[in-house]
Ligand binder design. Structure first.
Ligand code: GLU
Length: 419
């Protein structure tokens, strides 16, 4: 019996079983590594603008506490449930371990449709969620960050709420804050930059010149927009973009800086151009050099995997590819180079780690320093993944996850089982 249920959690379990079989982890050791240590569910009541009271359900799952504090984002979306949050927390653990960060994974969220909240209501919900979490989080216990539906402003409210209760400013309680509130330079761009940097590395391996390459990006939030912008700076033509309102296609390349100005003014790509409008259902199967799914999990199933026409699949989202799709991609290894999510999008948590370190030391770095260190960690993890994949003759995802799982397992085994 478990409280975690649903397709996303099942997917995390299935993926883990593949790794555990590959690593020949004994059956009686598996649950200790896989199952989340703690899960908290809270009710968050807020005053609505119309004078009524509404209650939203919030969650936080801390996957393992073996290597240091837990770390991970907070998601505000109508899809959020304990199973999804649990799966995302597990993935954060493998991601942090692969990158060499001293963290276990965590994830949190509130089941809410943000389009139905005013800015004031969003602030109330953010503050109440953090207030409910105070007994369970801390700079050395669990450090939150942005995820889908949350941003720097929400992190500033989280930090302020926690700090007001402590009676002093505690910047290191969350990462992804505004720079003016103890955030780091380069965090906002970090995930997208990492996706683009690793895609460029793969293009180099495959002898593809960026100027002759194209990219398609699904999702134009923090990850997708900065990935598109950075790939655009590298010289790629971004031919397709989609978000929750629709999609745009231009064989000559979309004007990404103009699109970013549009989305920051209007909140989505809607209204940018009617001429370039395209069916979002076809975005993932457009021919391109680099495909970046940067939206929801489970968008690439076996059927989509069969039809992918990209050379490189750079997974900006968490869990975009199902285990069934992995079986297909395994057979298409020579056609599609997969940069698995826990590596591809890890630039975000890597720079979150730098933010936490800078906050603890109250010593802040130049943006160049942040980027140099980010790319160094990503390159190291990428090299380790490639080596492992070729030595063990396994897929990139299995290799990346095996490295992460192995590190968590080793840390648990050497610490031993208490008492
Ligand atoms: N939510 C992001 C992720 O899924 C960032 C987490 C963090 O920075 O702690 O990796």
């Amino acid at each position: 019996m478990t409280v975690y249920s649903g397709p996303v959690f099942e997917m995390a379990v299935n993926q883990f079983n593949v790794i555990a079989n590959h690593l020949e982890i004994p059956m009686d050791e598996r649950d200790r590594i896989l199952m989340p240590k703690r899960a908290v569910t809270v009710s968050c009541p807020i005053h609505r603008d119309d004078g009524t009271v509404a209650v939203f359900e919030g969650y936080r799952v801390q996957h393992h506490l073996t290597m240091g504090p837990t770390k991970g984002g907070t998601r505000f979306a109508p899809t959020v449930d304990i199973g999804e949050v649990g799966a995302l927390a597990i993935w954060m653990s493998w991601k942090c371990a692969l990158a060499g960060l001293p963290y276990g994974g965590a994830k949190g969220g509130v089941n809410v449709d943000l389009s139905k909240l005013s800015k004031r209501e969003l602030e109330s919900l953010s503050r109440r969620y953090m207030q409910e979490m105070i007994p369970f989080v801390g700079p050395h216990t669990d450090v939150m960050a942005p995820d889908m539906g949350t941003n720097e402003q929400v992190m500033a409210w989280f930090m302020d709420t926690y700090s007001m209760y402590q009676g002093q400013t505690v910047t290191e309680i969350v990462t992804g804050k505004p720079v003016a509130n103890g955030g780091t330079l380069g965090r906002r761009e970090a995930t997208g930059r990492g996706v683009a940097h690793l895609s460029k590395r793969v293009m180099k391996e495959l002898n593809i010149t960026p100027n002759q390459a194209t990219a398609v990006v699904q999702g134009f939030g923090n990850v997708g927009s900065y990935a598109a912008l950075e790939l655009h700076h590298y010289g790629l033509k971004i031919t397709g973009i989609s978000d929750h309102t629709g999609a745009l296609y231009d064989a000559n390349g979309l004007d990404i800086p103009a699109l970013m100005r549009h989305t920051s003014a209007h909140g989505s790509i809607a209204g940018f151009s009617n001429q370039l409008a395209f069916d979002p259902a076809d975005v993932l199967t457009l021919p391109c050099t680099v495909l970046v799914p940067a939206a929801l999990e489970r968008v690439i199933d076996a059927k989509v995997a069969e039809n992918l026409k990209c050379r490189i699949l750079a997974e900006g989202a968490n869990g975009p590819t199902t285990p069934d799709a992995d079986l297909v991609l395994d057979k298409r290894r020579d056609e599609v180079f997969v940069i698995p999510d826990i590596l591809c999008n890890s630039g975000g948590v890597v720079v979150s780690y730098f933010e936490w370190v800078q906050d603890l030391q109250q010593l802040f770095w130049e943006e160049e320093e942040v980027m140099r260190r980010e790319y160094k960690l990503l390159d190291r993890a990428f090299d380790q993944m490639l080596l492992r994949a070729s030595t063990d003759k396994i897929s990139h995802r299995t290799a990346a996850m095996a490295i992460g799982v192995e590190k968590v397992r080793a840390a648990k085994n050497t610490r031993g089982l208490f008492p």
